[in-house]
Design a binder for this molecule. Structure first.
Ligand code: HAM
Length: 439
């Protein structure tokens, strides 16, 4: 029984009384992205496994250890088995969608954002889940460092708008294939000297992609990696100039940053700029945002060559950080009015009035539990109704009822005919205004 009443390890439920936190972030993220000219893109939760192997890279932890891959039992074409993977991140799927839909033939740069669920089979801990959610933004078509600055500025603006001022920006450049070749040689030489201590996965990486040893999660490999050569010492002229210009642009935008030559990111597609926003407020998993440039990916996936860059933020980590800072979330909508009823005729009237109120955008409620009027009012209190009104035979006869302001206790006689919704609109507006002005 436990199996069907317990959620899978590393996943989370969001209860109805917590969901407003998600709405806050999703709304502010979308609004901020739109100010920067990004438009929403949607793409499938699963893709062909080959897409992730090719883009994220088959020597990364994500591909080697963390992907949820499934084979369709009866292949659609009757021949090759379909091999799909639940997306571990958004960049690959977004790039595939952009290529497939010909968006790179339209005006450049193309700027897209997404809010998605992602899946990685990691060891769960606070801030590290197996199903998690990302807000991501990607820009295609510009190789200029001003694009890097703009993408970083978008991430920074969003963090600011969420009230997260205690998040530090770290930047690095991991160069292009030209400078990377020299760097790989140096790294290989370094790790060869400690070969006996590396984990089996990193032994394989030593041959195929020594940079991936730098983000191995094994504590021993991490310790060895501490003294490894850093890529910044190997940048070619073009990559150095690109990085310097980015720094000037960030300076001009007033965005503080620190250079961390150890950031290499755990995904293979990056070139030149990489960055992370990190907070110390939520424990070990403090990276709330990661991103960078990936100039080779579109071509690698079969598109016409196009430089690109972007970032993604973990929504669970953003919520944790906001909670730790007591940053404000938009409050959930509260019940505007509860219409209680005594007797069958009153209930018929109440149901009609509630429908009319809802059609005008109010959150209106009436009894659907067959409760007595006392229990109805108890419920109205519990859900924090702003106003309440009780209908009985007298009210039906006179066509008037007492509208009670549940905060102040004030009562006002109001007609319960066709003018009711219009009159209630003014009363509610005045009440909201009074609340906002504190009168
Ligand atoms: P990433 O660094 O793998 O990059 O993930 C981005 C963010 O997602 C992380 O900084 C973190 O906040 C969140 N995240 C990652 N894994 C987990 C997890 N297991 N549980 C909770 N949150 C997690 C990417 O995914 C790239 N696609 C970012 C990017 C976009 N680069 C260019 N464009």
């Amino acid at each position: 029984m436990a199996l069907i009443t317990q959620r899978p390890k590393g996943t989370q439920d969001v209860k109805p009384d917590e969901v407003y936190k998600w709405h806050t972030i999703e709304k502010i993220a979308a609004e901020t992205a739109e100010c920067y000219g990004f438009k929403e893109i949607r793409f499938p939760t699963f893709e062909n496994t080959a897409l992730f192997k090719r883009s994220v890279g088959d020597t990364t932890d994500v591909v080697q250890k963390e992907m949820y891959s499934v084979s369709a039992k009866s292949p659609a074409n009757g021949k090759d088995p379909d091999d799909f993977t639940l997306r571990p991140e958004g960049t690959a799927g977004a790039a595939r969608a952009v290529i497939e839909n010909g968006l790179l033939n339209e005006a450049l740069p193309q700027k897209v954002y997404y809010i998605i669920s992602c899946f990685r089979h990691e060891k769960p801990q606070a801030g590290r889940l197996r199903e998690f959610h990302q807000f991501g933004a990607e820009m295609y078509g510009s190789s200029d460092p001003s694009a890097d600055a703009e993408v970083i500025a978008l991430a920074k603006s969003l963090l600011d708008r969420l009230g997260l001022d205690n998040v530090e920006l770290f930047i690095n450049s991991i160069g292009c294939p030209t400078c990377r070749a020299e760097y790989h040689k140096a790294l290989k030489a370094y790790f060869e000297s400690r070969k006996g201590e590396l984990c089996p996965t990193c032994l394989d990486r030593l041959e195929r992609n020594p940079m991936r040893i730098l983000d191995c999660k094994s504590p021993i490999c991490q310790d060895i990696a501490k003294d490894a050569p850093v890529i910044l010492d190997y940048l070619c002229e073009e990559c150095s100039v690109h990085f310097d210009k980015l720094k000037s642009y960030l300076g001009s935008m007033g965005i503080d940053y620190k250079i961390n030559p150890k950031i290499v990111r755990g995904l293979d597609y990056y070139t030149k700029t990489v960055f992370e926003f990190i907070t110390t407020d939520i424990g070990a998993q403090g990276t709330v945002c990661g991103g960078g440039r990936y100039d080779g990916l579109i071509e690698q996936l079969g598109g016409n060559p196009a430089p690109a860059l972007g970032f993604a933020m973990g929504l669970e980590r953003l919520i944790m950080t906001m909670e730790s800072k007591n940053a404000p979330f938009n409050q959930e909508k509260k019940c505007d009015i509860y219409i209680g009823a005594m007797g069958d005729n009153a209930q018929i009237k109440a149901i009609g009035m509630v429908k009319a109120l809802r059609d005008h955008g109010f959150l209106a409620e009436c009894d659907v539990m067959g409760r007595g009027v006392k229990a109805q009012m108890k419920y109205a209190n519990k859900i924090g109704a702003g106003f309440a009104l009780i209908l009985g035979d007298n009210e039906l006869e006179s066509g008037k009822a007492n509208l009670k302001n549940m905060m102040t206790g004030e009562q006002l006689e109001i007609e319960i005919n066709d003018t009711f919704v219009e009159k209630f609109t003014y009363i509610r507006m005045a009440d909201v205004l009074a609340g906002e002005l504190g009168v």
